[in-house]
Write a new protein. Sequence first.
Length: 90
Amino acid sequence: MRTTAPRNYALDLLAEAIGYRIPIVVLPFVNTNLAERATFRRSVAALRTEGVRIMLGPGEWQPHPPGAGSDRLHEFPWSRALDRVTRAAP
């Protein structure tokens, strides 16, 4: 068995949930180097096109500078993400 099986399984479940139109909210905790990559931006745009609510950008959650993630952990807006999920549920 591959060591990435659980990760792939989780991603498979999320991909299928999108197809079922199950409300999904993503709150990425990423640094600016990753967030500025074209591949990341395209992926975010594609997921938004499919109805996934991604809390990223102005007025949402901003990427942190590389190496500064631990300084921002206490600011992570868990309650806002949970509120979004609650509002998105049928």
